[in-house]
Design a protein around this ligand. Structure first.
Ligand SMILES: [Zn+2]
Length: 463
């Protein structure tokens, strides 16, 4: 009864206040397509792609210049192979051409900013309108519904996004915590006390689902198991933003199934897992290609075009994530969306401070993007508890303001000033010996033996 009052009165009011009243409409429209055929989805995809390419050609100065330099007109694009002639897009192109990528009429001050650096170390800003953000919410909700999640089910969120944290600390965040559909954890840094506060919050809120970044869910799961804590009523756990490595551990901690989704800041909602454990691509809203074979379903790095983003459109973004698209596979769930097998490895480690606090690599990356200027790429290397190396690639260096801001950030997140932070500047930061680039590397954050030693020596137990 209480929930139905909340759903009928409070949520529409909340939607109205935050101008999200169309979320339900978008969700219902997208959800209908679960019953379409694969051909119907391809038809929708192609229609949306043609419309977006036209928009880029006629409205976006970056693409207009690019198409002209290649002597391509939207009318020339008749097949996926034609579309594959447009060069792949990368984040450095975004940094170099930010203002030329914005649609006319979009004012930066009215837009939502998302940061791309969480898995790349390239701090480019993505601008979105409130309407586009609503659509992302609805598309994500459709993907989660494939595992039985209901649009209005109560969900406890363990996410590390800067905006979420900001919201959690604000009056708006406090108000939203009274709403039944969603509750937000404070994840600025992680300690034993903080995880106990999450347990308390979950017991009070009684969510049906947990939703969070994979590495954070892992840390929480270890804590839950070690402390012999039982949380009742969790029907499922959704892992997002980074590869899901320890599914069994999380399932064991919360006594519930764990579902994965493939979501990038640059291209939200690429794929979602169904209840049969298969990852389905949202091909009606995202054009997906494999790098080696333009326009065909093969193995390779995924190239994605979000078909619903018009404010700052991105054509043919190379995700850098290898995958196999199983175009012929028919999943038992009956959904028409093709399945994909991801080959991505985790890109970020977590950092540990000398006082036993753990700082997520994902949240650290987001903060660095928000507080620095003019950086093309960064990499953080934690050598031990007291030494951190910050590698920066930037046209103008050294930049005293950036260095000061980064120092202040480390002291704040790690809650100690006993850290020596050294800056190194590069034209191009080299990848590791396997050719991979990892933005946050910790020699101790992912080393269980080292963590056990710290616990034994200091008595600080964060897990
Ligand atoms: Zn399925």
């Amino acid at each position: 009864m209480k929930e139905s009052i909340f759903n009928k009165i409070f949520i529409p009011f909340y939607d109205y206040i935050y101008k999200q009243s169309n979320r339900t409409v978008c969700y219902k429209k997208l959800k209908c397509r679960d019953f379409f055929s694969r051909e119907d989805l391809h038809f929708i995809q192609w229609k949306k792609l043609k419309k977006l390419v036209n928009h880029c050609y006629y409205k976006i100065s970056y693409y207009r210049q690019l198409f002209k330099s290649l002597d391509i007109h939207p009318a020339d694009i008749q097949t996926a192979k034609d579309y594959g002639k447009i060069p792949e897009f990368n984040l450095l192109s975004l940094i170099d051409n930010q203002s030329e990528l914005l649609s006319p009429g979009y004012k930066e001050k009215n837009l939502i900013i998302d940061y791309t650096s969480r898995t790349t170390g390239i701090p480019a800003k993505i601008f979105r309108s409130h309407q586009e953000q609503k659509y992302i919410y609805a598309l994500n909700a459709r993907g989660n519904s494939w595992c039985g999640w209901n649009y209005r089910d109560k969900t406890y969120r363990l996410v590390l996004d800067r905006d979420y944290i900001k919201q959690a600390d604000s009056l708006t965040g406090k108000f939203s915590s009274f709403l039944p559909e969603s509750n937000l954890a404070n994840t600025k840094n992680i300690s034993r006390d903080r995880m106990y506060s999450w347990v308390k919050q979950i017991r009070r809120f009684k969510p049906s689902y947990l939703y969070g970044y994979s590495s954070l869910l892992e840390e929480f799961s270890i804590f839950i198991i070690n402390e012999n804590i039982t949380l009742k009523g969790i029907k499922g756990v959704f892992s997002t933003a980074e590869p899901l490595i320890k599914r069994e551990l999380i399932a064991n901690a919360f006594k519930s199934p764990v579902y994965d989704e493939y979501y990038l800041s640059e291209v939200p909602c690429i794929a979602h897992e169904c209840k049969y454990g298969k990852m389905h691509l949202n091909i009606d809203e995202i054009m997906v290609e494999a790098a080696e074979n333009c326009g065909s379903y093969e193995t390779g790095e995924l190239i994605c075009t979000p078909l619903y983003l018009y404010g700052m459109p991105i054509l043919r973004y190379n995700t850098g994530n290898a995958a196999v698209i199983n175009s012929e596979e028919i999943c038992e769930c009956g959904l028409p969306y093709p399945t994909v097998t991801l080959k991505a490895a985790r890109m970020n480690d977590n950092l540990i401070s000398s006082n036993g606090k753990l700082v997520s690599g994902l949240v650290l990356s987001s903060y660095i993007s928000a507080i620095t200027k003019g950086i093309r790429r960064f990499q953080i290397v934690q050598k031990d508890l007291y030494n951190i190396k910050v590698k920066i690639s930037a046209p103008d260096y050294p930049n005293q303001e950036n260095e000061q801001n980064i120092r202040k950030l480390f002291f704040e997140l790690m809650e100690t000033t006993s850290i020596k932070i050294n800056f190194e500047y590069y034209d191009k930061i080299p990848p590791d010996i396997n050719g991979n680039f990892r933005p946050i590397i910790s020699n101790i954050g992912n080393n269980d033996n080292y963590k056990a030693n710290i616990r034994a020596k200091t008595g600080h137990i964060y897990q």
